[in-house]
Design a protein around this ligand. Structure first.
Ligand code: SF4
Length: 139
């Protein structure tokens, strides 16, 4: 049963409903194929802009920047964006980064946020971007 398979991921009841509804829509509207556009992906149950961009960039080779909590935080600290709104940050980054680098840039920002620019205690002294970082609270 699907619910049992994804129980360990948390919020598994909601996720189960979304996965089943998403699959039903894929079969009904897309002949069982996953679409390759942001608009079509975000129309699927349970798929938001971040997930759609992650799929576009990493599964389908369509340039995209997926803004998760790490990208949001690191972009603001570095001074690349000045907003708490994920779409606004995505658009700010898209204006500043070459399109063919969008996916790799987004993935690198996620890694940087997980490993160095950590939310509660960023490791500024060892950060390679320290010299260009605009965050006034950096160590
Ligand atoms: S210097 Fe500190 S705040 Fe700035 S990007 Fe690096 S880890 Fe993050």
């Amino acid at each position: 049963m699907l619910e049992e398979e994804i129980r360990s991921t948390g919020f598994y009841k909601n996720k189960t409903r979304s996965v089943i509804a998403c699959c039903e829509k894929l079969v009904a509207d897309f002949h069982g194929e996953i679409p390759h556009t942001l608009e079509a992906l975000t129309a699927l149950p349970g798929v938001g802009r971040k997930t759609a961009n992650m799929a576009l960039g990493n599964a389908f080779g369509v340039p995209a920047i997926a803004v998760d909590t790490h990208v949001l935080r690191v972009s603001n600290r570095l001074g690349l964006a000045h907003s708490d709104d994920a779409q606004a940050v995505e658009e700010a980054l898209m204006r500043q980064v070459a399109k063919d680098k969008w996916t790799a840039f987004g993935n690198a920002m996620i890694l940087h946020g997980r490993e160095t620019c950590i939310a509660r205690k960023p490791r500024c002294p060892e950060c390679l971007l320290r010299a260009v970082c605009e965050w006034p609270d950096k160590d």
